[in-house]
Design a protein around this ligand. Structure first.
Ligand code: SAM
Ligand code: SF4
Length: 324
């Protein structure tokens, strides 16, 4: 059985948010920090197990844990270990702000983690602190080295592009010279809580793309079933540069991911107006048949594309609710 929508897009990749909690205050996401909502009970280990085993039976091979900050969960290692025992999961990844990376990466790797996306919005300690509210850049950079050392195969850096704040390409190139890491520039996306910030700081990835081409970087062929990122490489650099440009034409054509929130809601589009609640079917593996039927039915209403360009930003106040 496989997950396919009405536009022949196949889904083998699930982004699973396991918490909304976060310890950073990124200006574009949680500028005032995380405020707990008592009514929000995040998925239990048992529910996470049921999500993962059901989606893998539907053809998902890659699971990315996200949040909020996924590594803040006390049972984070148990979650990794549980997912890693699932034979169909070939890639177990996280997206993290890196606050716990350096200290814990060896344990996470032993538990089965094999890919990391680490958010670093600037390599200037001053700008990094301005954006995230945290003085942790040095520890994050050491964390990247450690991740490579302990054998994490895929290490990517996520950098959200912001006009006049972190949009100077040369600041990143030095860093990519000798590191086999892919740095991904993500265009700032508008959310309900970040509209003035978006208007002031949005910077088009096409500006970076133009500079890359001028400097001899070459677009890499897309792997089958790969997502919307455009990846560039250069023979003088070990690292690569990816561009995620949700405002560009045809971005949604290569959508290959589904998202489940930490409250058990299936979001078939990051900027959709609705989500499908799976929670009542996550209690026991005996509910799997019903759960699969609900997931398959929800794919039939997945829209062809988002309408971000028209400022239709969907239902999420900010991306900490679902993990980007
Ligand atoms: N806390 C983790 C982290 O920051 O890596 C995981 C969750 S965070 C919501 C996932 C990714 O979404 C991060 O790379 C973050 O920079 C990105 N993100 C958050 N809000 C965004 C926005 N408005 N536009 C573009 N990317 C955003
Ligand atoms: Fe936290 Fe990640 Fe949002 Fe930054 S982007 S505030 S680290 S959830």
């Amino acid at each position: 059985m496989q997950l396919m929508d009405n536009f022949q897009r196949r889904f083998q990749y699930l982004r699973l948010s396991i918490t909304e909690q976060c310890n950073f205050q990124c200006q574009y996401c949680l500028p005032d920090g995380y405020r707990p909502n008592k009514e929000h009970q995040f998925l239990s280990l048992n529910e996470i197990g049921n999500v993962v085993s059901t989606f893998t039976e539907l053809g998902v091979h890659k699971i990315r844990l996200t949040g909020g900050e996924p590594t803040l969960r006390r049972d984070f290692i148990d979650i990794l270990s549980l997912i890693a025992t699932c034979p169909s999961v070939t890639e177990l990844a996280i997206t993290t702000n890196g606050s716990r990376l350096l200290k814990n990466i060896a344990h996470w790797q032993q538990a089965g983690l094999n890919a990391i996306n680490l958010s670093i919005d600037s390599f200037s300690p001053h700008v990094f602190k301005l954006i995230t509210g945290q003085d942790k850049l040095t520890s994050l950079i050491l964390g990247v080295e450690k991740a490579l050392e302990v054998g994490i195969k895929k290490v990517k850096i996520n950098t959200v592009l912001m006009k006049n704040l972190n949009d100077n390409l040369s600041d990143y190139l030095i860093w990519l010279k000798d590191r086999p890491v892919e740095l991904r520039f993500i265009e700032l996306m508008e959310t309900a809580e970040s509209q003035p910030f978006f208007q002031r700081y949005h910077f088009s990835g096409q500006m970076i793309e133009r500079q890359l081409i001028e400097q001899g970087w070459q677009l890499q062929p897309k792997a089958p079933l790969s997502g919307p990122a455009k990846v560039y490489a250069h023979s003088d650099y070990q690292g690569k540069i990816g561009l995620i440009m949700p405002y560009s034409k045809d971005f949604c054509k290569s959508c290959n991911r589904l998202r489940v929130s930490s409250l058990g809601q299936l979001h078939y589009c990051l900027f959709g107006q609705a989500a499908v609640d799976l929670r009542d079917l996550l209690v026991s593996p005996a509910q799997k048949a019903q759960l699969k039927a609900r997931i398959l039915a929800s794919l039939m209403i997945k829209p062809e594309k988002h309408l971000l360009q028209e400022h239709q930003i969907g239902m999420l106040p900010n991306l900490s609710y679902i993990g980007g």
